[in-house]
Structure formats: structure tokens, C-alpha cells
Design a protein around this ligand. Structure first.
Ligand code: HSE
Length: 436
């Protein structure tokens, strides 16, 4: 591993104003026109935190050139000691050591969960340090508050890696697309479920088998609830909607359906229709607010998200001036996520002493009732055509030979609330998946 080591003032002046960066493993030194050393701390040395140290070590020279200064990981906060590990000497167990060290300018939070991450991050901002986090749970709940504290202290709070892993979607919304009013976001923002849906589509396997495979490959947690029930995607679309609306969207208000009820038979029908089932996180402008939802959708072949397979993520954005844009790439994993975190570190380093405005007011946005939104619905039922037509009127039938005892049909466009009423009248519904 390549790590820059901090140098004292004497060594800096001895080198005639140039910083020497020593490579621990090779003993070589590089001279550059870098004059200062920015000290950072990493809170949480798990998958993401260790990735951050690796990204900084591997790409150190180019990162330092981009910042125009040297960079050093001074502390790693973790409960463990990492005995024998090259980072052992940097490990601390008390976050106050970092908060109270005036040398530390930037802190990476990669612990996960709301607490104690919230307490630690708040303490760092209040101590005048900029923070970047990959923690969507923290950002979804406390994003507005932490941005406000950062503004008050003239530092920055960034969270590029909290949505879409390595895909630059947050900065795109905050900077590149600020000339637009974002009318719609449709995203595949959960790699675990996208891997599982891809496997089910490609292998014809059932949900349980796809989950077991994802767990064996390390793509799904031992307790997969947050991913398969759509809570992870719900937090991510709440964050994206808060950014495009400029105010707080509570993820608890986001209607969320996961993929745990999707079966191999649903995939047979989807194939018959030339569609793919994808867990989508969607946000659509409705007047002054947004309708926000996470649910499995049937996507047509010509939709750009149709071909997003495996653990990849993609976010499809529609702006009122831009039209359509899609951001695609590695949505999870140590190095892709760490790459986004370190990009934030570079941005934070370039803006020391200057707050970058992010519009995310704490007032809660009342999101639109998803039941008042319209769409088409694919339904599997044991009811006969006569009853289907009596209740739903027009219907487009889809049958698969493997299931002679049931009928598949697609409704006309209607409100969710009307669909629910009709579905209750029909009864005998095996499955409903929304059309996109
Ligand atoms: N389990 C999450 C996913 C990790 O699969 O997308 C990244 O947030």
C-alpha cells in the first residue's frame, strides 16, 4: 500500500518549499510543487473506510495535484485496534480526539447507521471541520440539519456516496443541473435487488434462490430486509427528492414496496410482454410537490433502465430544460463508493474556508399522495374474462402456457385509488405489478 506520510516544517523548508511525499513501501520520494498538508480523519474502518484509505493511497499523487496540496490520513476512528496493520498507529477510539485536533480539516464518516454517526458528524462540523459521508441513513434523516450547521460554521457537509455509490448523481443535481427544474427521477438505486432481479430474469430462478446467490456472492446482507423491502432505495430517493425540491422529504412518507413478492412466474409474464421487472425509485413533480415511490415496475425494452443489469445502478433524470440524462455505473462496493467519498474530500479540500450552498431546507415537504397518481397495472388473477371486463372495462390479456389456470391482464390507465377499488371488487388477485 502507498501512503503519504506527514512531514514536519523542517523537512518542508529543507526541500526549498516543496513537499516530499514518501512512499512507505518503496522508500522513494517524489517532489512536487505542493506546499501544505491537509490532514483528514476517517470514522469507521469497514468496507467504505478502508476503501477510502486505499483510494487515497493508490491515487495519491493525482489527488494531491488536483487539490494543490498534500493529503494525509491522520486518524482512523474505530472500535477495533487493527494490530499489525499499517494503519494501526492512526487508530483512535474516541471521536473527541479528532474533534479537538485543530490540524484535522476534513472528516470522512463511513460508520453507517444514524447513531452515533449523527453525534460524531455534528461534533466535527461544530468544531469547524468539513465532513463527507457515504451514510444514506444519516443523510436521509439529518441532511438538512447538518447542511445548516456546516453553513453556520462556514464549512461543508457532502454526501456524494450516499446515493448511487460511485455514480456522481448528487453533485450533478447540486451543480451541473442547477439551471433546470427537475421534473422526474427514475432510478435503479439498489444493487442487491437489481442483481437479484437480473438473476431471476436470466436464470428463471425464484426469489429465494436469487437471494441465496446474492448472499453467497456478498451482494446481500445476512439480514437483507432493508434492500429487498425497498427501504434502502426509499432513503435514497428521499435524499434525491429533498435535493431537487430544496426541502426535507421524510423517507417514512415514501410509499415503498420491495421485491420479496416477485416470483419466477412474474418473470415469465414479463418476458411474454417483452419487459423487465426492475425495482425503481421514482420521483415525479406534481404541481409544487413530488409523488415519490419505490416499487417493482415492468419496464419496456426501449427504456434506458431496461438494460441496467447486475449490481449496477442508474439514475434517469428529466429536467425542464435539459430533457433526459442518465447516470450509470457501480452503485455499491468498497472502491466505487470510496471513489465518490474521496472526490468529496478533494472538493472539500478545494473549498476550505468557503461554504458551498446546498438548498435543503428543514421544513418538511408534503409529498403527493401516490394513490392519486395514474398508471397502468399488470394483474394476475383466477377471475374470468367476463368479470375482469365487468369491473375493469377494457383489458389487454397476457397468457403464459405454464399457467393455464390463471389470467394475466393489463388495465387501462387509471388512478391507484381506482385500481385498488376495482381490485377489491375482483378479488382472487395473485399479483399486481405497475407498468412504466
Ligand atoms: N445494499 C446497497 C445496495 C448498498 O445494494 O445498493 C449501497 O447502498
Amino acid at each position: 500500500m502507498v501512503i503519504a506520510v506527514g512531514l514536519n516544517q523542517q523537512q518542508i523548508s529543507l526541500s526549498g518549499g516543496q513537499l516530499l511525499i514518501y512512499h512507505i513501501d518503496s522508500g522513494k520520494e517524489n517532489k512536487g510543487s505542493i506546499h501544505k498538508m491537509i490532514k483528514i480523519a476517517v470514522m469507521g474502518y469497514g468496507t467504505i473506510g478502508s476503501g477510502v484509505v486505499k483510494v487515497i493511497g493508490t491515487n495519491q499523487e493525482s489527488i494531491c495535484r488536483k487539490i494543490g496540496e498534500g493529503i494525509e490520513v491522520k486518524y482512523i476512528l474505530d472500535l477495533r485496534d487493527f494490530e499489525g496493520d499499517p494503519i494501526q498507529s492512526k487508530v483512535v477510539h474516541d471521536y473527541q480526539v479528532i474533534a479537538e485536533d485543530p490540524e484535522v480539516a476534513i472528516v470522512v464518516e463511513s460508520m453507517g447507521g444514524v447513531e452515533p454517526a449523527h453525534t460524531f458528524v455534528k461534533a466535527m462540523l461544530l468544531a469547524g471541520k468539513s465532513v463527507t459521508t457515504s451514510n444514506k441513513a444519516l443523510v436521509a434523516v439529518h441532511g438538512a440539519e447538518l447542511i445548516a450547521i456546516a453553513k453556520e460554521k462556514n464549512v461543508n457537509f457532502m454526501f456524494e456516496a450516499s446515493v448511487g455509490g460511485g455514480i456522481p448523481i448528487i453533485r450533478a443535481l447540486n451543480s451541473c443541473l442547477t439551471a433546470d427544474r427537475i421534473e422526474e427521477i427514475n432510478g435503479i438505486v439498489n444493487g442487491t435487488t437489481n442483481y437479484m432481479m437480473t438473476r431471476m430474469a436470466q436464470e428463471g430462478c425464484d426469489f429465494d434462490e436469487a437471494l441465496k446467490d446474492a448472499q453467497e456472492k456478498g451482494f446481500a446482507e445476512k439480514d437483507p430486509t432493508a434492500d429487498i423491502e425497498g427501504h434502502d432505495a426509499g432513503r435514497k430517493i428521499a435524499i434525491l427528492t429533498s435535493l431537487i425540491a430544496g426541502q426535507q422529504v421524510d423517507f417514512e412518507d415514501v410509499y415503498t414496496e420491495g421485491i420479496s413478492k416477485i416470483t419466477a412466474t412474474d418473470i415469465l409474464y414479463a418476458k411474454k410482454m417483452g419487459r423487465a421487472i426492475k425495482l425503481l425509485a421514482t420521483s415525479r413533480q406534481v404541481g409544487d410537490t413530488y409523488a415519490v415511490m419505490v416499487a417493482p415496475f415492468l419496464l419496456p425494452k426501449d427504456h434506458p433502465l431496461y438494460t441496467v443489469n447486475g449490481v449496477f445502478n442508474a439514475v434517469f433524470v428529466r429536467g425542464n430544460m435539459l430533457g433526459d440524462a442518465m447516470f450509470y455505473g457501480s452503485g455499491a462496493g468498497s472502491l466505487p463508493t470510496a471513489s465518490a467519498v474521496v472526490a468529496d474530500v478533494v472538493e472539500l479540500a478545494k473549498h476550505i474556508g468557503r461554504h458551498i450552498e446546498i438548498e435543503w431546507r428543514p421544513e418538511k415537504l408534503a409529498i403527493a399522495d401516490y394513490r392519486q397518481q395514474t398508471g397502468r397495472f399488470f394483474v394476475r388473477t383466477t377471475a374470468d374474462h367476463a368479470l375482469i371486463e365487468k369491473i375493469f372495462g377494457e383489458a389487454e390479456y397476457i397468457d403464459v402456457p405454464e399457467k393455464p389456470d390463471e389470467t394475466g391482464f393489463i388495465t387501462a390507465e387509471m388512478k391507484e385509488t381506482d385500481y385498488e377499488e376495482k381490485a377489491e371488487q375482483l378479488g382472487n388477485i395473485i399479483q399486481m405489478i405497475r407498468f412504466h
